[in-house]
Design a protein around this ligand. Structure first.
Ligand SMILES: Nc1ncnc2c1ncn2[C@@H]1O[C@H](COP(=O)(O)OP(=O)(O)O)[C@@H](O)[C@H]1O
Ligand SMILES: [Mg+2]
Length: 222
């Protein structure tokens, strides 16, 4: 469960203003969709929420933390502890198997040098849900683009993040994978996970609790 509060958040790159005055509060267990024209800054805003970059001004509180006051190392720790970031492109290590790639975030959490049995069970469970169970021991380079995306999604959610940040998660997915991920989001939500995503898809927006439109002037209800 995570609560997000953005107050007068602005972002510019050098002299180029991307957006300003973004104000939003996302309650724990809610799913929020952000729509907006290409180039308006949806990915930039999600990157800030995911702790991958920082805003130029304004404040961002995630639960009890002032994210704008954290350095990059501290942000990385917050990401590892509570944020799952899903994007259209999931960088994978081609020489490793699907299973090994999924384990990467868990390596930083393992106790006594061993992965917990609960984690292994979760990998199997999610692989079945995303229908890549039979591919777990295959090297990534042998998988198709769609299969790699599914493995990437599993890797993003394997640590049970309290907050899922998803940048056009269904943008290039086939219908079947889209419906699997939407079902997963609904289930995660019912377990208290907060989800914030950027999307162009009406189907995804329809399943969200609140839909916002991002413009250079801020975030407004659709
Ligand atoms: N690292 C960067 N340096 C400079 N400009 C950037 C950088 N990242 C994104 N931009 C610019 O910020 C704007 C918003 O990009 P982006 O957040 O990707 O928009 P969206 O996801 O809505 O399509 C674009 O004009 C893009 O070129
Ligand atoms: Mg984008």
């Amino acid at each position: 469960m995570s609560k997000i509060m953005l107050n007068n958040l602005s972002k510019s790159y050098k002299n180029k203003a991307i957006f300003h005055n973004v104000n939003v509060m996302v309650e724990p267990g809610n799913m929020i969709a952000i729509k907006g024209k290409s180039g308006v800054g949806k990915s930039t805003l999600l990157n800030i929420i995911a702790g991958l970059e920082t805003a130029t001004s304004g404040s961002y509180r995630l639960d009890d933390m002032d994210m704008e006051k954290k350095n990059l190392n501290q942000l990385a720790k917050v990401r590892g502890d509570r944020i799952g970031y899903i994007s259209q492109f999931s960088p994978m290590i081609a020489k490793l198997t699907a299973y090994e790639n999924i384990c990467i975030p868990l390596i930083f959490k393992k106790k006594n040098g061993k992965l917990e049995v609960a984690n292994m069970k979760k990998i199997v469970e999610l692989s079945k849900l995303f229908q890549v169970h039979h591919l777990l021991n295959e090297k990534i380079k042998k998988l198709s683009g769609g299969e790699i995306q599914r493995v990437g999604i599993i890797r993003s959610i394997i640590s049970n993040p309290a907050l899922i940040v998803a940048d056009e998660p269904t943008g290039s997915l086939d219908d079947e994978t889209t419906s699997i991920i939407l079902n997963f989001f609904q289930e995660a939500k019912s377990n208290g996970t907060t989800i914030i995503l950027a999307t162009h898809s009406q189907l995804v927006a329809d399943q969200s609790d609140v839909v916002y439109n991002l413009t250079s002037g801020g975030l407004h209800l659709e």
